[in-house]
Design a protein around this ligand. Structure first.
Ligand SMILES: NC(=O)c1ccc[n+]([C@@H]2O[C@H](COP(=O)([O-])OP(=O)(O)OC[C@H]3O[C@@H](n4cnc5c(N)ncnc54)[C@H](OP(=O)(O)O)[C@@H]3O)[C@@H](O)[C@H]2O)c1
Length: 387
């Protein structure tokens, strides 16, 4: 047993900020809700690994936990939770039954907390999986089955790799599903090149990198100009979402549809990734091509959606939902680090002590890419050239 420093979210902190802001989510200061704590780590069991966390990425589920906008997860977890389900770490101890990893290996965590019979997560680690402890901490004890060795020679920096453990598997699964569903309807010989669009966010960007790497037309509809510019460098066409007022009115959606038709020779988008829902959902459906597929694993702006079933039937449009990836899929997604996944990261790499500020800046939507937090002061020799 040992003690480490770890960030936690408590029911009291969520309630105090909700009371201060009177339920106005935009006014919530997330940095006041996430706080450093002393955490006692369990023993390293036969199938476990002890990690020294090197770097983590800020994940959007921290906002959901802090705002309690979907469920009050800190409350559901008994009043306190330790978040953080995306990390790169150094193996510092292995249990007696662990053969796939050795001390010194550099690994990524995956957050499939409990696979169902097909491998899909029933619950997510460090979120709704009971007893699960997250990795916004200096050290962690974790089952070896939850670790994937990272390809240190993939061309990415340590910070870029730290952007990927949660978002890349999510994007990988969304891509496999969207393409697979489309191909049930339209085989390759009837249409090779697809129009693929995603809305803003780290997952959406990675989804488009998969599309681009397979030769499709890729469109990134986001409000953030810097993120659009960095995707333009990969040949992914940017669409300014703010030019359509983030789809606040039916006229905005109509104008967006018209613009997308111009961009796609009247065809529309064959595959759309929408992690946001809310007003974005209607815009994504409006631009669907015939036989199009709309996929999502997120509900950032709204959980409920409505649509005209007749119109979607006539257009042969599919609406699909996913949730993270299988453990095998996480391994496969990790193989694509650097080859396909070249994430845009925020210009500041935050210090461990600045993690609460990082989470607040995510909430304010002011970051220029995926936010990364350096956890270890001393880095192992194997990653020195990747800093
Ligand atoms: N179920 C799963 O397996 C799974 C896995 C990963 C993520 N998720 C969820 O999916 C969602 C997106 O995740 P992510 O990691 O891609 O998020 P992210 O990297 O934090 O990006 C969120 C994006 O939302 C956009 N945005 C913010 N406010 C907006 C608004 N008012 N209107 C329209 N767009 C707005 C921003 O893009 P612009 O300002 O540039 O438009 C921002 O880049 C989150 O809710 C997350 O919890 C689910």
């Amino acid at each position: 047993m040992s003690t480490t420093r770890a960030y936690c979210i408590t029911t009291e902190a969520v309630a105090a900020e909700a009371k201060r802001t009177g339920g106005d989510f935009e006014a919530v200061d997330v940095s006041k809700i996430i706080a450093l704590d002393d955490l006692e780590l369990g023993p390293v069991g036969p199938g476990d690994v002890k990690l020294r966390i090197l770097a983590v990425s800020g994940e959007h589920n921290i906002q959901h936990a802090a705002l309690a906008d979907t469920i009050n997860i800190a409350d559901a977890r008994g009043g306190k939770m330790y978040p953080g389900n995306s990390a790169i770490g150094e193996v510092i101890e292995v249990g007696s039954d662990v053969s796939k990893l050795t001390v010194g290996d550099i690994v990524a965590t995956h957050c499939n907390g409990e696979p169902d019979r097909y491998g899909f997560p029933l619950r997510i680690w460090a979120y709704d999986q009971p007893e699960s402890i997250g990795w916004y901490s200096k050290e962690a004890v974790v089952g070896a089955w939850q670790l994937v060795k990272v390809p240190l020679d993939c061309g990415l920096s340590l910070w870029e790799m730290a952007a990927l453990p949660l978002r890349a598997p999510t994007a990988y699964h969304l891509w496999r599903r969207a393409l697979g569903i489309y191909r049930v309807k339209v085989p390759y010989e009837r249409r090779a090149v697809l129009n693929v669009m995603s809305f803003g966010g780290g997952v959406g960007e990675l989804f488009l990198m998969l599309a681009k790497s397979e030769g499709h037309n890729a469109f990134f509809c986001a409000g953030n100009a810097e993120r659009r510019e960095s995707l333009e460098k990969l040949g992914i066409h940017g669409i300014d979402q703010k030019a359509f007022n983030r789809f606040q009115s039916p006229q905005d959606v109509k104008a967006f549809n018209k613009a997308c038709k111009v961009l796609t020779d009247g065809e529309g988008m064959h595959l759309v990734c929408d992690m946001l829902r809310g007003p974005v959902f209607e815009a994504g459906l409006a631009v669907a091509a015939r036989c199009g597929v709309n996929v999502s694993a997120g509900w950032q702006l709204g959980q409920e959606v409505t649509y005209n079933s007749t119109v979607q039937s006539v257009k042969q449009v599919s609406i699909d939902h996913t949730h993270y990836e299988t453990p095998e899929g996480c391994e496969a997604a990790t193989e694509l680090y650097g080859r396909v996944f070249k994430p845009t990261i925020h210009r500041e790499v935050y210090r461990f002590e600045d993690l609460p500020r990082c989470m607040q800046e995510t909430h304010e939507n002011t970051q220029t890419g995926i936010p990364i937090i350096r956890v270890a002061d001393e880095m192992p020799p194997s990653v020195q050239k990747l800093l």
